[in-house]
Design a protein around this ligand. Structure first.
Ligand SMILES: *Cc1c(COP(=O)(O)O)cnc(C)c1O
Length: 462
C-alpha cells in the first residue's frame, strides 16, 4: 500500500460533515437534474469537485485577514501582495483580479482579434472559453504522451515543441497574438511541465515575436515536480525554480484560489509598459481600482501570505504525496487512473473504466453522478460534457481523454477521508457494468458542464 505523508500542520478549526443516506442522495441528485454542480454542499460527504478556492487557510493567514487594510487606493495590503508577487514572479507589473478568469478576460480582451489562434499545451475550460469569447481559436499542442493515461513520462504536461513550430508557421505569427503554457496542465491530468520545455517554448514564441504568458495557477506544485524529477534542480528551492520559470515569460495569469492557498483572488502579471496601462483601464472598467482589483484588502493580505506558504517544501511534499497516495490506492483497487499522479488531483480514466458507455452518452458524467449516489462524493467530469465541440454543420468532436477528476482541496481532508473515497470507488468498480449513460436535457452555450441538465438513459434508449 502506498504510504501517506504526515501532515505538516495541526488542525485548529473543524467543520462538521452532515451524513446522508443513499436514498436521500438519489433524491438530491435527481432534484439537481443530475448535475453535481447543483447539489448543495451540505449534502456532500467528501467534496472533491475542485481544489480551487477550497483551501484551509493557516492561522497566520487568518491573522493577516484582521490586518487587511480596506483603503480604496494604495492600501497597505496591496504593497504586501506586490512584494510577494515581485519576488516570486518577478514581472515588471501586476494587477490583482477577483479570480484567474478575470485575468484571462483582460488579457484576451486586450490582445485577441477575431479568428486569431492561441496555442497552449492544453487550455483549461475557462481559458478556452475566454479565448473563444473574443473570437479567438484555442489550440492544444501537448506532447502525445500527455494524451496517454498510462505513459510514465515524467513531464506529461510538456508542449510539443515540433507541433508548436509547425503550427505557428502554418497560421503565421501575425495570427498568434500571444502564446500560453499551463503549469501544471490541469485539463491534462495536473501533469507537470519541465523547465527545459518552458525554456524551449519561450524560445519559439520569441523567435516569432509572440508574447509568452504562463497560466500559473499551480506554479508551486509544478516547481516541486521539477525539483523532484528534472536533472539539475534537486538542490534548488521551489522559489528559485519558480523564479527561473517566470523569467522565461512575458507575463502570467494566476488564480490565487489554487497555489496561493486562499478562497478568492487572482492576478495578471506582465512586463510590457503599454499593455500594463491598457490592463489598468480594463481593470477599472471590470474589476476595480488597480490596487485592489475586485478584492477586499484582507484578501490581498491572505494571498500575500499564502503565496509564501504554498512554496514551503514540507507543504509541497505533503501535497504531492496525498495525490500519489490516492492514485496508488485506486489503481491497486482496479480503478484506472492517469499515471503518474498529477499535482492537485486524481484523474480516473473513464474510457478504460466504463468502456461500455459511448462518449455521446457521457460516461464521465455518469461516473460523477454514481460517485455521489454511492458515497456522497462530489467530483467533476472533464470529458465529453466539458470539452466536446460542435462544428458549423452541427457535428460533434469528442475529446481524446474522458476523465473524472477527484481534486484534493489543500490542507482540508485527512487520510481517512481519502480511504473512504477508495472504498466508495471500489464499490462502484464492483457494479460498474450496470452503470448507464445520460442524455442532456438543457445545453448552455458556454462552459456547459456548470449549468447543463440531464436525465439517465433507460436501457432501451441505448
Ligand atoms: C482555475 C483555473 C483557471 C481559472 O481560475 P479561476 O480563479 O477559477 O477563475 C485558469 N486556468 C487553470 C489551469 C485553472 O486551473
Amino acid at each position: 500500500m502506498p504510504s501517506y505523508p504526515d501532515e505538516p500542520f495541526r488542525i485548529k478549526v473543524v467543520e462538521p460533515i452532515r451524513r446522508t443516506t443513499r436514498a436521500e442522495r438519489e433524491q438530491i441528485i435527481k432534484a439537481a437534474r443530475y448535475n453535481i454542480f447543483k447539489v448543495p454542499s451540505s449534502d456532500v460527504t467528501v467534496d472533491l469537485l475542485t481544489d480551487s478556492g477550497t483551501s484551509a487557510m493557516s492561522d497566520n493567514q487568518w491573522a493577516g485577514m484582521m490586518h487587511g487594510d480596506e483603503a480604496y487606493a494604495c492600501a497597505r495590503s496591496y504593497y504586501s501582495l506586490e512584494a510577494a508577487v515581485r519576488e516570486i514572479f518577478g514581472f515588471g507589473h501586476f494587477v490583482p483580479t477577483h479570480q484567474g478568469r478575470a485575468a484571462e478576460n483582460i488579457l484576451c480582451t486586450m490582445l485577441i482579434n477575431d479568428g486569431q489562434h492561441v496555442p497552449n499545451n492544453m487550455h483549461f475550460d475557462t481559458t478556452m472559453a475566454n479565448v473563444s469569447a473574443r473570437g479567438g481559436i484555442p489550440v492544444n499542442l501537448v506532447i502525445d504522451e500527455g494524451m496517454d493515461p498510462t505513459s510514465l513520462h515524467p513531464f506529461k504536461g510538456n508542449m510539443d515543441i515540433g507541433k508548436l513550430r509547425t503550427f505557428i508557421r502554418k497560421v503565421g505569427a501575425a495570427n498568434v497574438p500571444f502564446g500560453l503554457t499551463t503549469v501544471t496542465n490541469n485539463a491534462g491530468g495536473g501533469q507537470p511541465v519541465s523547465m527545459g520545455n518552458i525554456r524551449a517554448t519561450a524560445e519559439i514564441y520569441h523567435e516569432y515575436g509572440i508574447p509568452f504568458f504562463i497560466d500559473a495557477c499551480r506554479y508551486a506544485e509544478n516547481s516541486y515536480f521539477i525539483k523532484m524529477r528534472e536533472e539539475g534542480y534537486a538542490g534548488k528551492t521551489p522559489l528559485e525554480i519558480a523564479q527561473e520559470m517566470f523569467g522565461y515569460a512575458d507575463g502570467c495569469t494566476m488564480s490565487a484560489k489554487k497555489d496561493a492557498l486562499v478562497n478568492i483572488g487572482g492576478f495578471l502579471c506582465l512586463n510590457d509598459d503599454g499593455l500594463f496601462q491598457r490592463a489598468q483601464q480594463e481593470l477599472i472598467l471590470r474589476e476595480g481600482f488597480p490596487t485592489y482589483g475586485g478584492l477586499a484588502g484582507r484578501d490581498l493580505e491572505a494571498i500575500a501570505l499564502g503565496l509564501w506558504e504554498g512554496l514551503e517544501e514540507a507543504y509541497l511534499a505533503y501535497r504531492l504525496g496525498q495525490t500519489a497516495y490516492l492514485t496508488g490506492r485506486l489503481v491497486e483497487a482496479g480503478v484506472p487512473c492517469v499515471v503518474p499522479a498529477g499535482g492537485h488531483a486524481v484523474y480516473i480514466d473513464v474510457k478504460s473504466f466504463l468502456p461500455h458507455i459511448p462518449q455521446p452518452q457521457f460516461p464521465g458524467w455518469a461516473l460523477s453522478v454514481e460517485a455521489y449516489i454511492e458515497g456522497g462524493i462530489r467530483c467533476v467530469e472533464l470529458g465529453s460534457v466539458a470539452f466536446a465541440t460542435k462544428d458549423d454543420n452541427g457535428l460533434w468532436t469528442y475529446p481524446e481523454m474522458e476523465m473524472v477528476r477527484l481534486a484534493i482541496p489543500r490542507r482540508v481532508y485527512t487520510q481517512t477521508h481519502l480511504d473512504y473515497v477508495v472504498e466508495t470507488l471500489t464499490a462502484l468498480r464492483d457494479r460498474k457494468d450496470a452503470i448507464g449513460g445520460y442524455r442532456m436535457t438543457y445545453e448552455p452555450p458556454f462552459l456547459r458542464h456548470f449549468t447543463a441538465e440531464f436525465e439517465p438513459l433507460r436501457p432501451d434508449d441505448a
